[in-house]
Design a protein around this ligand. Structure first.
Ligand code: NAD
Length: 469
């Protein structure tokens, strides 16, 4: 087993320009990341092109066996990976955070290796036999964000590899070390050049999105960048899977039990300290139970320790970077100035090092307040009162994004009826943001298109080919 120091040393560049990555909890250096250029990208693309045909030729069985070995490598290094992730991203080791994320990496790799995908016979009537097969695309580009850097990289690369593709990964410039370390570990079991990481900035991402040798981009990040990628990829008619921003609504129906749902509501909103695409970002509560829900949620949130991620006691961490901290702080200040009521938090300790913003609950807030209409992507939840279910559904559907949503009720059939009226890629009932490698996940409206996970996720990383005859 490798130590944390050995893992970090193995990804530290020995030549070329580097950038010091700082711990968002302390401001201290975590490590040095390479600063790759479009020239490095060209090398990675060439290596991927060379490695891909032999990988494709292994077939599903051979590729699955290699991916399973890579899964075991991740499991062997899980603790060291979690330590690095915690230092670089800020998320605590404990709670649904860093160890949870490395566990998810193994789970999604294993699922990609073991999900069956057979050719589909569409017509077989004696005269015509038509089958759909899924062929490798070639080289896939994976561009990712900083909030769940390891898990999202696996979401992108695992199905791509299973389907016979090579991958060039472009991690966020905020969290390159986590992705470099993860891929270094995975590469212990994969052929050279098949997966490489180009640790560059936005320009490198833009070049990847327009590169003629790249057949598909899987992108997870903001809606604004997603739109830029659609444009960059147009000239080469690239396939795209876009998992973009969200502003998920939760609707609490009048028959819900405030005490029973408070803990799940909290984690639905505050998982990864709110820096989660499909986190609950606007909570609509019926007026009959509004005060009770506010009270129970405040009690749960007030008891959650926030601090340095390496301290086992903590379950909430800092914001990952200064710009995200400023977004959250400005939105809460604006909400307060508009007359909204701060139930908890909203009072960061500015003398403390690190980008810590306390868990914040904001009540009596208008539905058109920016804390409601913009993606806060941090630990600040607006709670909006409603009178009729029609009104709640209209407010939930009132934005141009639709990643996830949730309905909370003791009456499952009633909750399902409300769920069917919400414009979102996933609607959870009595939970929020719970993803599963067997269940397809994707956005509606400007939260993106294409599905990840399960058999649909595998198909998305292949080129459908019909054999008719
Ligand atoms: P971002 O869009 O700023 O950056 C994401 C990645 O895109 C980075 O690697 C960045 O370098 C790269 N990039 C930037 N400009 C580019 C360009 N013109 N061409 C190609 N690549 C470019 O997003 P972020 O701030 O890192 O992540 C937060 C956002 O991601 C939030 O909106 C969140 O909701 C969203 N997100 C969505 C999902 C999902 O599954 N739908 C999951 C996680 C995060």
């Amino acid at each position: 087993m490798e130590t944390y120091d050995a893992l970090l040393a193995s990804i530290t560049p020995t030549s070329g320009p580097t950038r010091t990555i700082l711990d968002p909890a302390t401001g201290e250096a975590v490590g040095e990341a390479p600063v790759h250029t479009v020239e490095d990208l060209e090398h990675a693309v060439k290596a991927a092109q060379e490695a891909q045909p032999a990988w494709a030729a292994l077939g599903h069985e051979g590729r699955s066996a290699a991916i399973l070995k890579a899964t075991e490598a991740v499991e062997r290094s899980a603790e060291e990976l979690a330590q690095l992730l915690s230092r670089e991203q800020g998320k605590p080791l404990n709670g649904p955070n860093a160890r949870f994320e490395t566990g998810a990496c193994a789970a999604w790799l294993r699922a990609a290796a073991t999900t069956p995908l057979e050719p589909e016979t569409i017509v077989d009537d004696g005269g015509t036999r038509a089958e759909v097969h899924y062929r490798p695309i070639g080289v896939v580009g994976a561009i990712g964000p900083w909030n769940w850097p390891m898990m999202i990289t696996v979401w992108q690369i695992a199905p791509a590899l299973r389907m016979g593709n090579a991958v060039v990964v472009k991690p966020s410039e905020h969290t390159p070390l986590s992705v470099l370390a993860l891929i270094r570990v995975i590469n212990e079991e994969l052929p050279e050049g098949l997966v490489s990481v180009v640790s560059g900035g936005r320009g490198v991402g833009a070049r990847l999105a327009e590169h003629p040798a790249i057949g598909k981009i899987t992108f997870t990040g903001s809606t604004a960048t997603g739109k830029a990628i659609i444009k960059s990829s147009a000239d080469t008619v690239k396939r795209l899977t876009l998992e973009l921003g969200g502003n998920d609504a939760g609707i609490v129906l009048p028959d819900a039990d405030p005490k029973a749902i408070a803990q799940d509501l909290f984690w639905g909103a505050f998982i990864n300290t709110g820096q989660t695409c499909a986190a609950l970002k606007r909570l609509y509560v019926h007026e009959d139970i509004y005060d009770a829900v506010c009270q129970e949620l405040t009690a749960v949130a007030a008891a959650m320790p926030m601090g340095n991620g390496l301290d086992e006691n903590n379950v909430l961490g800092p914001l990952q970077n200064k710009s995200q901290y400023d977004i959250v702080a400005n939105l809460v200040d604006a909400a307060r100035n508009s007359g909204a009521r701060i139930l908890l938090g909203g009072n960061p300790d500015t003398d403390q090092p690190g980008y810590f913003y306390p868990a914040t609950l904001v009540a009596d807030i208008d539905n058109d307040n920016p804390l409601v209409t913009e993606e806060q992507f941090g630990p600040a939840l607006p709670i909006i009162k409603y009178s009729t279910v029609d009104q709640a559904v209209a407010m939930a559907n009132g934005l141009d994004v639709g990643l996830g949503a949730s309905v909370w009720s003791s009456d499952l059939p009633a909750a399902r009826e409300v769920a069917a009226r919400i414009q979102a890629g996933t609607v959870w009932i009595n939970k929020h943001g719970v993803v599963d490698p067997r269940i397809p996940f994707g956005g509606a409206k400007q939260s993106g298109y294409g599905l990840e996970f399960g058999v649909e996720g595998l198909k998305a990383l292949g080129v459908p080919q019909v054999i008719n005859g």
